[in-house]
Ligand binder design. Structure first.
Ligand code: FAD
Length: 363
């Protein structure tokens, strides 16, 4: 008999398993995939750590979370400075002074601010993403950076999307092109899978095991269960399916040492079917003779990646949440059980909080 059965070896499940084991509890993890690490998983191919479920850049301003991850593995000094390819022309991104120079020819922050003022459309109360973007950056920047990319990513017109999706997009009148504002940033040296190998040392784990293939059996082998899978599936979709956007990853090995000179290039033209190309070696400054790239094609079917947190889905989730709050044997956590997009540092924070609550219960 186990104290805790943990369903899913992603970041939430793995941090919980480590901390609970350290507290003296006996834990078992089951994972339906053939590997540990959930969506953070990296696979070493020809010496290159390939981010199999999309590029993952660790970033946080929380010193405790940074201490936690750097106590597990070393991190490098990688900073994410993606570029944009729009109809064959390259742009600096996120939008910064160099971008504004490339589009408008301005050379100073004052001229850039003035230009932005001149091109903005005056829309009283923007009702959707398109109107909001036009009121912030005007038609030309909207066309190059937002319109096609967002249409592809979400599979619908920006006119049908809430502005909240991109409200966090930074627009700078300095040359700072760091995608993130956080104080601590980097990539684990040797790939993310190393973090999970460290977290799961000495813990029982069964791969290729789907909890739902034998739910009754699994429910009986532990006193408590931590579930990190999709919450609608847990309740047999009784209130309906929660909607997600998915991605199809097309991976290629190329016989060149460097394909695009940077980790990420966004393709923002609506006529290009993929949204970005990731070249994995750049995350760790690789010098291998060959390279591996991944093209990302947005899709409405496939693995659940981005929750569609619109009104209908959020209302549906609330019904599931009511049931979750009344469970006594189950603890729910992670992006799929909470139906929320979380970055890695937030998941670690939430797993540590969950364990702290358990700790309070034990003492
Ligand atoms: P997951 O990693 O999804 O783990 C859940 C695990 O549960 C999976 O391994 C799954 O197989 C398993 N599971 C589910 N159901 C069952 C079942 N029935 N039986 C057994 N096992 C089951 N965050 C950042 O901080 N920086 C980034 O740059 C970044 N980039 C991202 C890019 C993309 C394309 C995506 C999709 C996410 C990105 N994230 C990023 C977010 C990051 O991936 C998540 O924060 C993190 O992976 C969430 O961990 P989790 O444990 O909640 O979920």
């Amino acid at each position: 008999m186990y104290d805790y059965l943990i369903i899913g070896s992603g970041l939430f499940g793995s941090v919980c398993a480590r901390e609970l084991t350290n507290m003296g509890y006996k834990c078992l993890i089951i994972e339906k995939r053939s590997h540990i690490g959930g969506n953070c998983y990296t696979e070493n191919i020809d010496g290159i750590n390939v981010h199999k479920y999309g590029p993952h850049i660790f970033h946080t301003s929380n010193q405790n979370i940074w201490k936690y991850v750097t106590s597990l593995v070393d991190f490098n000094h990688f900073r994410y400075n993606p570029k944009v390819n729009y109809k064959g022309t390259m742009y600096s991104f996120p939008i910064n002074l160099l971008t504004l120079h490339q589009v408008y020819g301005v050379t100073t922050p004052q001229d850039a601010l003035q230009k932005l003022e001149d091109v903005k459309l005056h829309i009283e109360s923007p009702q959707n993403l398109e109107e909001w973007a036009l009121s912030q950056i005007g038609p030309e920047l909207y066309e190059i950076f937002i319109k096609g990319y967002t249409t592809k990513q979400w599979g619908r017109s920006p006119k049908e999307l809430p502005a909240s999706i991109i409200k966090r997009l930074p627009i700078r009148t300095t040359y700072d092109d760091n995608y993130y504002f956080d104080k601590y940033q980097g990539i684990p040296v040797g790939g993310y899978t190393k973090i999970f190998e460290k977290l799961l040392t000495g813990i029982d784990i069964q791969l290729n095991v789907d909890y739902f293939s034998n739910k009754e059996y699994f429910d009986d082998i532990a006193n408590k269960i931590i579930y990190t899978g999709p919450i609608d599936q847990f309740y047999d979709y009784k209130f309906g399916k929660l909607e997600y956007r998915s991605l199809i990853f097309e991976q290629q090995k190329l016989e060149v040492p460097d394909y695009q000179g940077v980790a990420g290039v966004n393709y923002t033209d609506v006529d290009v079917p993929y949204t970005r190309i990731v070249e994995h070696k750049h995350f760790e400054f690789g010098k291998q003779p060959t390279t591996i790239i991944t093209k990302e094609y947005p899709s409405s079917v496939g693995e659940p990646y981005y929750p569609v947190n619109d009104l209908v889905n959020n209302e549906r989730y609330k019904k599931y949440k009511f049931l979750m709050d009344n469970e006594t044997k189950f603890i729910f956590g992670g992006r799929l059980a909470e139906y929320k997009y979380y970055d890695m540092h937030q998941i670690i924070g939430s797993a540590l909080k969950t364990v702290n609550i358990i700790k309070g219960g034990k003492e």
